[in-house]
Design a protein around this ligand. Structure first.
Ligand SMILES: Nc1ncnc2c1ncn2[C@@H]1O[C@H](COP(=O)(O)OP(=O)(O)OP(=O)(O)O)[C@@H](O)[C@H]1O
Length: 287
């Protein structure tokens, strides 16, 4: 395949900045996800990872910068972004607790069904056909995620690890080209974490690219083809697991040690200089 006929990246974020009042949570971040890629996004607490995700899913409109999905600009609303082909899970699980496992997945399917309100109210043959197809697809996804035996359980009665899986099944119900996972293994035991790793590989094998935020470094470095590191809202570096793990600036960022060229270093130097001036003045006053 030549460079000219290579497909456009699934996701291209360029110069994404997100400010909340005076706080810049994400600053000038570029990120690309290609077809069949699993990309990791890591960074210390408060680095801006979830805010960046929210900019990719229409939850926030970036203050500056652009996001395209398969070369088209993102639509401005989350449900339109899902319809366009980007699905996500949340850091804090957001299931319909009092619906069954199957119903939760069917809800995730609604962006792909054409049946409107009247059709649903009349429950005519077209509606019943659509409902049957939706149930079949939902059952396929439950089988894929290992939840088929739990189809009639209420979501709130599932163990935590299975609730996370159900969130993934529901996100997959919209047939996404890109799946964003926000801390998919949070609260999981090592066995569940390994199963999630296998599930993400299977999702990629079915043709969905994946961008994943996770604090579990072992999970990220085993799973991802490429890892980007956010620190204080800026992208510090990105590369293969080996490159990123060997980068002293990444280690320093996690340990909280300043490093050369660290985002915010200029501000830190200004603060240090101001403190030094204050100390000099105080010493002068005491003399
Ligand atoms: N809606 C908001 N309004 C104001 N500030 C916000 C908002 N959302 C996030 N922030 C701030 O933006 C910064 C980045 O937060 P964010 O949650 O994106 O980080 P994170 O890397 O996902 O952190 P964690 O790993 O702890 O989940 C933090 O300082 C946070 O307090």
């Amino acid at each position: 395949m030549t460079a000219t006929d290579a497909p456009a990246p699934v996701l291209t974020a360029t110069g994404v900045t997100m400010r909340f009042g005076g706080l810049t949570a994400v600053h000038d971040v570029d990120l690309t996800v290609h077809h069949n890629e699993i990309v990791g996004l890591i960074g210390p607490n408060g680095a801006g990872k979830t805010t960046f995700f929210n900019c990719l899913t229409g939850l926030y409109t970036p203050t500056e910068g652009t996001v395209t999905y398969k070369s088209s600009a993102l639509p401005p609303k989350p449900h339109l972004v899902t319809k366009a082909g980007i699905a996500r899970t949340f850091q804090n699980i957001r299931l319909f607790a009092n619906m069954t496992v199957l119903e939760n997945v069917q809800v995730g399917r609604h962006t792909r069904t054409k049946e409107g309100l009247f059709s649903a109210l009349l429950r005519g043959p077209a509606f019943r056909r659509a409902e049957k197809a939706s149930e079949e697809r939902a059952m396929e996804l439950l089988a894929f995620t290992g939840l088929a035996p739990k189809r009639d359980h209420l979501a709130r009665n599932l163990p935590y690890g299975e609730q996370r899986k159900l969130e993934i099944a529901r996100a997959l119900a919209s047939d996404p080209g890109l799946l964003l996972l926000d801390e998919p293994t949070a609260g999981m035991n090592p066995q569940e974490t390994r199963a999630t790793e296998a599930l993400v590989h299977a999702i990629r094998a079915q043709g969905t690219a994946v961008l994943v935020i996770e604090h579990d470094m072992r999970f990220i470095f085993t799973l991802c083809d490429r890892v980007a590191v956010l620190v204080q809202g800026e992208k510090l570096t990105e590369g293969t697991a080996d490159t990123v793990q060997a980068d002293e600036r990444v280690i320093a960022a996690y340990l909280g040690t300043p490093f050369e060229g660290a985002p915010g270093e200029e501000e830190a130097a200004e603060v240090a200089a101001a403190e030094a001036r204050t100390e000099e003045t105080q010493e002068g006053d005491q003399r």
